[in-house]
Design a protein around this ligand. Structure first.
Ligand SMILES: Cc1ncc(COP(=O)(O)O)c(C=O)c1O
Length: 372
């Protein structure tokens, strides 16, 4: 019998134009801190509807720079979600501040604004909401709390380039935001990220802290402690080239998601990604939720045996071994995040996923669930 190839969980679209853009940088001899980075920054700031874009070497680097930009440090608390990728919490720990996790909304899987309101204390220095799986968080609820207490909002938009809340782009909702460009993202630079903000002082600080603490006073003049979190010119050229077709990428990803909804909608025990009026999701991953009668990890393994790669997204952050050991987090502390985290899985999803591959994914899922 012919063995079917593995359907991978993600994949990047690299066009001839992308290759030409990177090649032009290589030929130019200017491999760092040049015009490709500036043009990528402009494109991302424009997409977010804000003035400033600062390219960085990863989403994590961008979040770390913002935690520093808002002066967050020892003795401070940041309110955030445990249902996210670990970097949205680690960035707070890098500066020796404390995490104040709160539980999530059972429908959107984003921060529950009522829980956020209850978690603010005298020590709170910022709110850090995440647009989980590209679905905008409750901006009205979060910004009301931020205004009431005079707190900045650091928007983790790493999964949400192109999303919008009531027509306002992700990246423009908080005081500053970060996009990320790992190869599973809507656009990719290999590794990479982008800080976007409307606040000039935040932008100026970030430009310095990601560039070895330089001011504008010379290459070997360092006005603060900084790191090298810069993005190189090859990656920036790839990013700028991809930004040139962002609209088409987002439309094609939406088409893939719509096809999945048609294929999976009638499989018993499968809950599809939620749609909320006024929120435009940017399709990053396609995450379904299984009825609790299924053992999600067993389903992931059985799907792999059927030639379909899936991922158990997200295991909650507070239950990661490091977090349990360092801070004493335990099961039961954030029951909604834990229940969602036990039952969600990401199916293969990317811009180029074919109808035939999606039909195979749906067939495999139907068979696996019927046998569980
Ligand atoms: C919600 C969230 N925050 C932060 C990051 C970190 O981005 P990077 O992997 O580019 O450091 C990611 C990346 O997947 C993410 O999904």
């Amino acid at each position: 019998m012919r063995k079917l190839s593995l359907i991978e969980v993600s994949g990047a679209e690299i066009t001839a134009g992308d290759r030409r853009a990177v090649d032009a940088v290589l030929r130019s001899g200017r491999l760092a801190m040049g015009p490709a980075t500036l043009s990528f920054e402009k494109a991302c700031a424009r997409a977010a509807g804000v003035k400033h874009g600062i390219a960085v070497s990863s989403g994590t680097a961008g979040l770390h720079a913002l935690v520093q930009a808002f002066g967050i440090g020892h003795g401070d608390e940041v309110v955030t979600t445990p249902y996210s990728f670990v970097a949205s919490s680690n960035c707070v720990l890098f500066e020796h501040a404390a995490l104040r996790f709160v539980d999530i909304d059972p429908v959107t899987w984003n921060l529950d604004a009522r829980a956020v309101a209850a978690a603010v204390t005298r020590k709170t220095r910022a709110l850090l909401p995440v647009h989980v799986f590209g679905l905008p968080y409750d901006h009205a609820g979060i910004s009301r709390i931020a205004r009431k207490h005079g707190l900045p909002v650091i928007e983790d938009a790493c999964e949400a380039l192109g999303a919008s809340w009531q027509g306002r782009p992700a990246g423009s909702l908080g005081d500053a935001a970060v996009f990320a460009f790992y190869p599973n993202k809507q656009i990719t630079t290999g590794e990479g990220g982008m800080i976007v903000t409307r606040h000039a002082p935040v932008a100026t600080f970030c430009r310095s802290v990601i560039n070895q603490g330089r001011g504008n006073t010379g290459f070997l003049h360092h006005v603060r402690l900084g790191a090298n979190y810069r993005l190189d010119e090859m990656s920036s050229a790839l990013g700028a080239s991809q930004m040139g077709r962002l609209g088409s990428i987002l439309r094609r990803r939406e088409k893939v998601a719509t096809r999945y909804a048609g294929l999976l909608g009638r499989i018993p025990g499968v809950e599809l990604p939620v749609e909320i009026p006024g929120l435009t999701r940017s399709w990053f991953v396609y995450v379904i939720r299984l009825d609790p009668r299924f053992d999600r990890d067993a389903v992931v393994r059985a799907m792999e045996r059927q030639g379909v790669q899936t991922r158990p997204y997200f295991p909650p952050i507070h239950l990661q071994p490091f977090y349990r050991e360092a801070f004493g987090f335990r099961k039961g502390m954030f029951p909604v995040a834990e229940a969602v985290g036990r039952s969600t899985m990401a199916l293969p999803f990317h811009t180029l996923l074919t109808e035939a591959a999606q039909a195979r994914v749906a067939g495999a899922l139907r068979r696996v669930l019927a046998s569980c």
